[in-house]
Design a protein around this ligand. Structure first.
Ligand code: FES
Ligand SMILES: [Fe+2]
Length: 420
């Protein structure tokens, strides 16, 4: 992260501590329709749209050799196999054989020389080309082996993270990441030391949106997160694709000493030693990070009211052998935080569906939630979203990478503006 960005963030934190109301230009956001969290037709639109998002499927460590593969079976019915080719390149294909459509492999991961379908043994090269059909004589002569190949999808690596996108028209990954690509330099080379998961009976947006504000920490995490962070100084930034950034200062944050440390030494170190820095990588990854690495959280939609939550403790590569013991302790701590966070998720789902609620209200502090929902509509295509479920695009002037965005460093809290 550039020094300039760190100092911008420190200014934002100072501003957030000092304000006594929302900025004067912050809109009074309408409620978010509750049915966006339980309407099966809307969920189908979301799932279709998510196929055109870049999503993280692992880090390069999981594909150590040519022929290493991993299957990711998460996009509803679409299963994808990511394999390292003979040329060392990672490629992704639908895990669907071109003979009668069976999954090529039912294993989750492994290493092969060729991809051999588990049903009738059609064989594909690691680049997806069809190389052998057993019993070839029974197929018509017109079957041209050169024109039959596995159906390839987008696969790109950024800072060691492997991303997949099912859309043939997908933008380049770095363009998709936007400002995050410049900032998240500490992702470089991180490796998974420990991992946990759970399945919850609630909508994916309820789960992720419970984790992109820190208003709840004093109530939900009194003995964990609230002992370490001060939510009043949290500084948020919104990006075009739907990504966002949140920086939450430590409890007893000292602006002066943090700024001095940033001026005199490594600015980014000063920032992470005094705050938690987290991105939402749209649509469903979170990256809370501290001085010793990060936790990557994902919230995969399984059904309109079912979500797979996964979190990985990721640290710089420790070399050979088992991960250091402290990484498991850190993962255990995160397990506890996730238990606290998710305790309310399923009851919220039931409560939203009760039919007695006018919609979700979001404050200035909770604007990442509104931004996330508005970005879902942009992804689907606003015209395709039923009018009664739409989230009006009211935060455009807060999206920092929009052309024409003009940051106003002196945005005033509304009560101060009134006093002028
Ligand atoms: S379905 Fe794959 S070989 Fe028949
Ligand atoms: Fe939380």
């Amino acid at each position: 992260m550039k020094r300039k960005t760190v100092f911008e963030i420190l200014d934002q934190v100072d501003y957030e501590f000092a304000r006594s109301g929302p900025p004067a230009d912050f809109p009074d956001l309408p409620r978010i329709p509750a049915a966006r969290h339980f309407d099966p037709d809307f969920f189908a639109l979301e799932m279709e749209a998510i196929r055109s998002c870049w999503v993280i499927v692992g880090t390069v460590h999981e594909w150590p050799e040519n022929g290493s593969y991993k299957v990711i079976d998460r996009w509803g019915t679409a299963s994808v196999i990511v394999v390292r080719g003979d040329d060392g390149e990672l490629r992704a294909f639908y895990n669907t054989c071109q003979h009668r459509g069976a999954p090529i492999t039912r294993e989750e991961c492994g290493r092969v020389n060729k991809l051999r379908c588990q049903w009738h043994s059609w064989q594909y090269g690691l680049d997806g080309t069809l190389v052998n059909i057993p019993g070839r004589r029974d197929f018509h002569d017109d079957l041209d082996m050169d024109s039959v190949r596995l159906n390839q999808v987008g696969c790109q690596v950024w800072r060691g993270f492997v991303f997949v996108n099912l859309d043939p028209e997908a933008p380049d990954l770095v363009d998709w990441l936007g400002p995050v690509a410049d900032q998240a330099v500490w992702f470089d080379g991180l490796r998974t030391a420990a991992r946990s998961e759970m399945v919850l009976n609630c909508n994916w947006k309820i789960c992720i949106e419970a984790n992109i504000e820190v208003y709840h920490v004093t109530t939900v995490h009194p003995t964990t997160v609230a002992r370490g962070l001060d939510y009043r100084g949290s500084a948020h930034e919104l990006y075009e694709t739907g990504h966002s950034r949140m920086v939450v200062p430590r409890l007893k944050y000292d602006a002066e000493s943090t700024r001095k440390a940033a001026e005199e030494g490594d600015a980014f170190d000063a920032l992470v030693n005094n705050s938690n820095v987290s991105f939402l990588l749209f649509p469903f990854h979170l990256t809370p990070s501290g001085a010793d690495g990060m936790t990557l959280q994902t919230f995969w939609p399984l059904d309109v009211d079912k979500t797979l939550l996964e979190w990985w403790t990721m640290v710089p590569d420790w070399g050979d052998g088992d991960p250091p013991a402290w990484t498991q302790e850190r993962n255990d701590y995160f397990d506890q935080v996730m238990d606290e966070d998710t305790e309310s998720n399923e009851p919220v789902q039931r409560s939203l569906q009760a039919g007695a609620f006018p919609g979700i209200l979001t404050s200035y502090h909770e604007r990442r939630i509104y931004h996330h929902e508005a970005a879902v509509d942009r992804l689907i295509g606003i015209d395709k979203v039923p009018e009664e479920l739409r989230v009006p695009q009211l935060l455009d002037h807060y999206i920092v990478d929009r052309p024409g965005y003009g940051r106003e460093p002196d945005r005033l809290p509304s009560d101060a503006a009134e006093a002028d």
